[in-house]
Ligand binder design. Structure first.
Ligand SMILES: Cc1ncc(COP(=O)(O)O)c(C=O)c1O
Length: 457
């Protein structure tokens, strides 16, 4: 008998097919990405790295044929070396980086490796406040990093933009070693140039190098497509990302670095910004991880190959266009949006200000009609982490399915209707009284969703 797990996978397939995914950090991968990830590469151990020497830049056919020297601890690496090398080269090409480490198992691992590469215990890091849109790994007290390093937080201003004045004040009053720009719930385009100039002032004041790190987990796909500025072009030293959000690859992490590339398995080089590529490689393996997931790395390589194609540029443009239209339509229906709209793929709505309901209730009600988003704290949220007043949504996944501006208007209309039902119901239990109305919307959502198939399903 087939394992029960496969029953559940089939049920999840139905859920994905019949509903619409609005969580801004999710996406639908292509069939080739899925195929690479489910491949026999999962059988292989390959601790270490492929060689960074003697490989012709960007000549993929040559890479796929050449027997590459390597820095691995196991035999049988001939194919894995070539695959990982392709992933590295494609990532460098996508983001204009000097080097890429494709081994982090997740975005959290990627961030932790960068901290470990550059910081010593007790060093200070300046990063975005979690309650203002930062990520847990940017210094939340519940994380391991926060026990090792000291995080100082900057926030957003009344317009929802980064409070650059506060950032500068803190960079000049706290002896920071790392400044981090990155976020999970932020809808503006950061002023990377301004952060670079703040770093220069802080370096002069403190008399040592300061690492500039961008965690672009959410917008990496937009950067790859050129519809969002690239922090590496402004002088940032490191860019981390997840590979599964707008970048539309398998679940995983990635670190792009600028500087001198060399073997990470030789003597540890001096901690200088120039040596960051080597320091980061060492920090990923053996510093914080063991054997790389080569099946996932292969899927990353396939996804990077897709992102290098012109179609991906068009896709990324559409993500932003859809998000802007959706935001405007929601506003017309009474939604109060953080920052009054969006400049990227992501929208944050204040459900308490808009309809007098909390984000968790709205998330539950939308689940009942086949629309998935997540409750999310807003700056100064009085609802706490488990019952925040905000919700976060975005367009990467629905844009992959082919929904466009026309469908954004339909979607906004459903969302407005559900919000009004919630306002009348007052509590999640009270939604029972409106079951017929919700069922009707659910049937409409299902009908539209089935017209836009999930790739690979
Ligand atoms: C900005 C940012 N960094 C890091 C992460 C962590 O990624 P992962 O969940 O793959 O560990 C996320 C995930 O949502 C994120 O939004």
């Amino acid at each position: 008998m087939k394992d029960l797990v496969f029953d559940l996978i089939n049920q999840e397939k139905t859920r994905q097919r019949e509903g619409l995914e609005l969580i801004p950090s999710e996406n639908y991968v292509s069939a080739p990405v899925l195929e690479a990830m489910g491949s026999i590469l999962t059988n292989k151990y390959s601790e270490g790295y492929p060689s960074f020497e003697g490989v012709p830049d960007w000549d993929e056919t040559k890479i796929a044929k050449e027997v590459l020297p390597n820095y691995r601890y196991y035999g049988g690496q001939i194919n894995v070396d070539r695959i990982e090398r392709l992933a590295i080269d494609r990532a460098c090409r996508l983001f204009g980086a000097d080097h890429a480490n494709v081994q982090p198992h997740s975005g959290a691992n990627a961030n932790e490796a960068v901290y470990y590469a550059w910081l010593s215990p007790g060093d200070k890091v300046l990063a975005m406040n979690l309650g203002h849109g930062g990520h847990l790994t940017h210094g939340s007290p519940v994380t391991r990093s926060a026990h090792i390093y000291k995080f100082v937080a900057y926030g957003t201003d009344a317009d929802g933009d980064i409070d650059y004045e506060e950032l500068e004040k803190l960079a000049l009053s706290e002896d920071v070693r790392l400044i981090l720009v990155g976020y999970s719930a932020f809808m503006k385009i950061p002023d990377f140039k301004r952060v670079v100039s703040i770093r220069e002032k802080a370096e002069k004041k403190w008399g040592h190098e300061i690492l500039l790190m961008a965690d672009m987990a959410h917008v990496a796909g937009l950067i790859a497509a050129g519809v969002h500025p690239n922090p590496l072009e402004f002088g940032f030293n490191v860019m981390t990302t997840t590979t599964h959000k707008t970048l539309r690859g398998p679940r995983g992490g990635l670190i792009m670095t600028m500087g001198k590339v060399g073997s990470p398995l030789k003597k540890t080089p001096e901690k200088t910004l120039e040596n960051i590529p080597i320091l980061v490689d060492k920090a990923v393996f053996p510093g914080t991880q063991g054997g790389p997931l080569e099946h996932v790395i292969a899927a990353k390589a396939v996804a990077f190959g897709e992102a290098l194609k012109p179609e991906f540029k068009a896709y990324a443009k559409k993500i932003v266009e859809n998000a802007k239209v959706l935001a405007e339509e929601l506003k017309k229906g009474g939604f109060v949006l953080q920052g009054d709209g969006t400049e990227n793929h992501l929208i944050l709505a204040d459900m308490m200000k808009s309809f007098g309901i909390d984000g968790k209730m709205y998330e539950k009600a939308l689940d009942m009609v086949g629309l998935t988003l997540n409750a999310n704290a807003l700056p100064g949220d009085t609802g706490g982490a488990f019952r925040p007043n905000g919700v976060r949504l975005g367009t990467p996944a629905i844009t992959t399915r082919g929904l466009g501006v026309f469908e954004m208007k339909i979607l906004a209309n459903w969302m407005i209707k559900v919000a009004k039902i919630c306002a009348k119901a007052k509590s999640t239990d009270g939604l029972d009284k409106y079951k017929d109305d919700l069922d009707k919307i659910h049937a409409e959502v299902r009908e539209l969703a089935l017209k836009f198939p999930v790739p690979s399903l």
